[in-house]
Design a protein around this ligand. Sequence first.
Ligand code: DGY
Length: 334
Amino acid sequence: MSSRKKPLVFITRKLPDAVETRMRELFDAELNIDDTPPSREALIDAMKRADVLVPTVTDRIDEALIAEAGPQLKLIASFSNGIDHIDVEAAARRGITVTNTPNVLTEDTADMAMALILAVPRRLVEGARVLTDRKGEWAGWSPTWMLGRRLSGKRIGIVGMGRIGTAVARRAKAFGLSIHYHNRKRVSRETEANLEATYWDSLDQMLARVDIVSVNCPSTPATYHLLSARRLALLQPTSIIVNTARGGIIDETALIKALREGRIAGAGLDVFENEPAVNPKLVRLANEGKVVLLPHMSSATLESRIDMGEKVVINIRTFFDGHRPPDRVLPGRL
Ligand code: DGY
């Protein structure tokens, strides 16, 4: 590409106005103003024409799609932290660089994980519904009504102690929870000391001993159904599980069964195995007050979306300036 020609950048979804405006200033940007997810055909067409594809978590950028890329397509600059929707190996084989937007949604995601950690045992959604469903009619306070379980003094087991897991741990500690974690690698001594965290190299052993499980690891082939039926069976019947990472990390069918049979007390889920479809059995459990469901919104703040956009812009600019983009995703690194 000549230094004067602006790269043709195809953006698959509507982004905040400020991000789209910046993209139009810098690039020959094709925007998606009405936010309709592009069809497979539209994605193939974009792969053939664009210099850069800016997909997000709702697009499946698999090997077959990557095979359609024209020789001009050299960068997939994903508007996402997770990159499980992209076949990074296939892209690397075609000489296509992949970038993501890490760091900027850590705090927002951890806030929402904490919100679910509070909402499930304290019956927040159920309580709010009492007033709205009965149009404000309520019999009043009673000593034995709407009893939840106390958070302070309980143990949380964090599965995946990366940036988001650590941010969840900081919040959980402030709420009086004791921190336990399982991770491929132990975190630094300093972080462990600050969080007063206990490391478990055995996930099975940790699961059997904690009251709350927070899933914060990336979705990779190795973490698919990491919380399997066998592992869910290790949890105590009073325990709850919260997932703000990816649906496929928990075996959803096994989770539903465990909740139904009272082998787990509750769940807070922001992500699902077959998004955007949500298993009707989970919706039924939510209506019965056993689970709290959110529509994949844990990172949904205007600030995070603008910061993600800024990262995409920096990754594209750096790449076309001939440098390694800061958020390059290397194959086999997840
Ligand atoms: C991401 O960017 O990976 C998130 O799932 C969005 O919340």
